[in-house]
Design a protein around this ligand. Structure first.
Ligand code: C2E
Ligand code: CA
Ligand code: CA
Ligand code: CA
Length: 274
């Protein structure tokens, strides 16, 4: 094995080779996964923090691998990004999610994750518009989520986001606060929604220190007239503190896990409290 100095990285470490081979195999398996019906989309409710009412859902893809069982998107999305299949996969999720929301018939919106790679696809805008036209979902009921780090230095990507917004599709910055963009830079981004990363929500513990970053993001968001969504809410204390800090929308296991489409409809059609 080759030692690469102080970082302890070993280029030819056998476990690294195994990992690469496993990734390559998963990538090949993924190529036929849609046709074999192994992919599904789960929906996690986004709730109004003032009354707990679901107002939207985030679409999260799942892969049921024939031999490995459930493979996490945290594992296979990066593989799909590397082998180039992410654009087709991402469009499949988008189509599924838009069709599903139309089928529910409830007045709700769907938030779909976009990989940075997809944003570089020149045909992305026309592909997204084609999905809306085919499914009949009004653009106002679609949100596209993109991570902050993906946008730094991607002028074409930013132009693409602006084009989405011109067509009435809203844009959310995912995992906000974990990237490297300067605050000044944020004022120039064509976005509607900031999603506070769950690492900051996890720090909410009733102390001013714990709330520091969340509070700063909410103040910034308010100044820029953006909507804020907090992700990863697991306790009622976190939900209460977020509401007190002025966060409008929340998402997390406290309210619901990502759910199969059939289970969401029951939540959405539940009569809202007075
Ligand atoms: P993300 O976009 O940040 O999605 C939120 C993740 O947090 C989801 O993990 C969700 O299940 C999880 N989560 C929700 N509430 C809680 C909570 O209260 N506590 C904790 N600890 N976790 C919570 P999931 O579904 O495993 O997805 C992981 C990531 O994979 C996503 O992170 C997203 O980056 C990516 N991903 C998932 N589906 C897609 C997709 O269709 N396209 C793309 N490009 N990426 C996707
Ligand atoms: Ca997301
Ligand atoms: Ca997120
Ligand atoms: Ca996150």
């Amino acid at each position: 094995a080759k030692h690469l100095g102080t970082h302890g990285v070993q280029l030819h470490d056998p476990s690294m080779t195994d990992r690469r081979a496993a990734d390559a195999q998963l990538g090949e398996d993924l190529a036929g996964a849609v046709e074999r019906g192994e992919l599904t989309v789960l929906y996690q409710p986004l709730v109004d923090l003032t009354d707990g009412r679901p107002i939207g859902v985030e679409a999260l893809v799942r892969w049921q691998h024939p031999t490995h069982g459930t493979v996490s998107p945290a594992r296979f999305i990066p593989i799909a990004e590397r082998n180039g299949s992410i654009s087709a996969l991402g469009l499949w999720v988008l189509r599924e999610a838009c069709a599903q929301v139309v089928e529910w018939g409830a007045d709700t919106y769907v938030s779909v994750n976009l990989s940075p790679r997809q944003l570089q696809e020149p045909t992305l805008l026309q592909d997204v518009l084609a999905v809306l036209a085919a499914t009949g979902l009004p653009p106002a009921r679609l949100v596209l989520e993109i991570t902050e780090s993906a946008l730094v230095d991607d002028a074409a990507g930013i132009t693409m986001l602006a084009a989405f917004r011109e067509h009435g599709i809203r844009v959310a910055i995912d995992d906000f606060g974990t990237g490297y963009s300067s605050l000044h830079y944020l004022t120039r981004l064509p976005v509607d929604i900031l999603k506070i990363d769950r690492s900051f929500v996890a720090e909410l513990n009733g102390t001013p220190e714990g709330a520091g970053i969340t509070e700063a993001i909410l103040r910034l968001s308010h100044a820029l007239h953006l909507t804020t969504v907090a992700e990863g809410i697991e306790t009622t204390e976190q939900a209460t503190e977020l509401q007190l800090l002025g966060c409008g929308i929340g998402q997390g296991y406290l309210f619901a896990q990502p759910l199969p489409a059939g289970d969401v409809l029951t939540l959405l059609s539940h009569p809202s409290p007075p």
